[in-house]
Design a binder for this molecule. Structure first.
Ligand SMILES: Cc1cc2nc3c(=O)[nH]c(=O)nc-3n(C[C@H](O)[C@H](O)[C@H](O)COP(=O)(O)OP(=O)(O)OC[C@H]3O[C@@H](n4cnc5c(N)ncnc54)[C@H](O)[C@@H]3O)c2cc1C
Length: 442
């Protein structure tokens, strides 16, 4: 959608019935749902295009939601999940699918209950929302950043915007809008290049809200030592990853992981990452123990190794490892077990066999931290939920202020949960704002 702008004047009026800050999924659905005839609603977006993050979701395919039930959804958001119950009761996964069906988007249900648009493109979702906003004549102005919000004694908000197309210091580069209602839908702080740069937290804090400290969630981990580097590029489909804090096992999950950018990533790692980050912040010593043969116990694995030794008696030890491990891992395993890859399998000592078995069942990687929040899929922390009415998404502190989406202290697992939360809370905020606008008109 083009910014409506002429050379010497800005495209904006001075007063609005509702100003929505952030044109992500939460802000866009809220704009549609708050619409009432003849009221002035505007969406302010700091990037040059709306919904930059939504466009890259699900590797550009957009895993929009999941077919799980409400309870499973809530569980996937951890301790704060119950805040979402009211929103999910009003607008849940089937509602979201029907909503987009009506906007002309069809979906496919894939592995893990994940819904994706049939087109395979996140752009289809974005375009359908933008088309609907256009049909309703709701304006989105891009390249304007909300810098500051103050509340007048009258209860009216004044929002100062900076014009990102103009150089700093230009007298025209900031302007002030007035409104009685604001929705902050500015997202979190991950992938700041998409516009979610954390500035929404500053705005909310300036208005008196508490911000639960921000940490990365669904984020790759950084290991100590050379293992992540040695295994770079390797994906492991079925493995069991145990997390230890000192001697104590604190997590244990089965799934897929990968080594990339010299970091440890993949679904199973991302899912455990938030708790690991928290523990490292508390100076706990964390290491992963990766079971590369989760379907075989020690005895069965030993029998398997013995069988390989028998079958390959004319080959060398590296050839035995090739039958047990992906090619990328062989050199590392030879080094860590001290096995000479060129020797005959018959020369493998029982101690070397035990070392190999132990390593296959528990490759140990000490963890020193995570990648930065800019590489996290979501932000954990945000506007404290105790200060938001879970029925309306309205602030309990300031009348006329609403929140939706990732700016709030909610973050879920991968699988379409986060987008559903953004759409559900955006929908609820939009409907509440519509009621508020209608009431004023009565
Ligand atoms: C790479 C990646 C892939 C993902 N894939 C999936 C997936 O497949 N499924 C899933 O469920 N979730 C996925 N997520 C998570 C999901 O994208 C987010 O949870 C969701 O986009 C949050 O929506 P939102 O509307 O709250 O915020 P955002 O989508 O972050 O939108 C906020 C908007 O506000 C604007 N903004 C911020 N501050 C200001 C300001 N001061 N002034 C003006 N504008 C401002 C930003 O530019 C941005 O456009 C993914 C995330 C990433 C990073």
């Amino acid at each position: 959608m083009k910014r409506k702008k002429s050379e010497n004047s800005n495209p904006l009026h001075n007063e609005y019935d509702l100003i929505i800050i952030g044109a992500g999924p939460a802000g866009l659905i809220a704009a549609i749902e708050s619409n009432v005839n003849n009221v002035r609603i505007i969406v302010i977006e700091q990037k040059f295009k709306p919904a930059m993050k939504l466009r890259i979701t699900g590797k550009g395919n957009c895993n929009i939601t999941n077919d799980a039930g409400v309870e499973e959804f809530i569980e996937n958001f951890g301790r704060n999940g119950k805040f979402l119950r009211q929103s999910f009761n009003k607008f849940f996964n089937e509602d979201l699918i029907s909503y987009f069906n009506e906007l002309g988007v069809d979906f496919e249900l894939e592995r893990g209950g994940r819904y994706y648009p049939k087109s395979g493109k996140a752009e289809t979702i974005v375009n359908s929302l933008l088309q609907r906003l256009d049909d309703l004549n709701i304006e989105i102005v891009t390249n304007f950043k909300a810098e500051n919000i103050i509340v007048r004694k009258s209860g009216e908000f004044e929002i100062r915007l900076s014009d990102k197309e103009r150089p700093d210091g230009d007298l025209q580069s900031s302007l002030t809008l007035k409104t009685e209602r604001i929705l902050l839908a500015t997202g979190g702080r991950s992938y700041p290049g998409t516009g979610s740069d954390g500035s929404g937290f500053v705005l909310a804090e300036g208005l008196g809200h508490t911000i639960v400290p921000i940490i990365p969630a669904l984020v790759p981990l950084k290991g100590k030592g050379n293992i992540p580097e040695e295994l770079n590029g390797l994906s492991i489909r079925n493995c069991r990853v145990k997390v230890f804090s000192g001697d104590k096992k604190v997590d244990d999950q089965f799934g897929e992981m990968e080594f990339r950018d010299n970091e440890i990533a993949g679904p199973v790692i991302l899912s455990m990452s938030k708790d690991i980050v928290k523990k490292i912040k508390k100076d706990e010593r964390i290491f992963l123990s990766i079971d590369l043969k989760p379907s075989l116990d020690y005895k069965k694995l030993d029998n398997r190794i013995l069988r390989e030794i028998k079958d390959k008696k004319n080959k060398n030890c590296a050839d035995i490892l090739k039958t047990l491990l992906p090619g990328k891992a062989i050199n590392l395993f030879l080094t860590l077990t001290g096995i000479d890859g060129s020797k005959n399998p018959g020369q493998l000592t029982s101690e070397e066999r035990r070392n190999l078995n132990n390593l296959l069942k528990g490759l140990r990687i000490p963890i020193k931290g995570s990648a930065s929040i800019s590489k996290a899929l979501v932000t954990s922390g945000g506007v404290s939920l105790g200060e938001i009415d879970q029925v309306t998404m309205g602030s309990k502190i300031i009348k006329g202020l609403y929140f939706a989406g990732e700016i709030m202290d909610i973050d879920g697992e991968t699988g379409g949960f986060n987008l559903q939360a953004a759409f559900s809370t955006g929908w609820v905020a939009g409907r509440s704002l519509k009621d508020s606008i209608k009431k004023q008109g009565e």
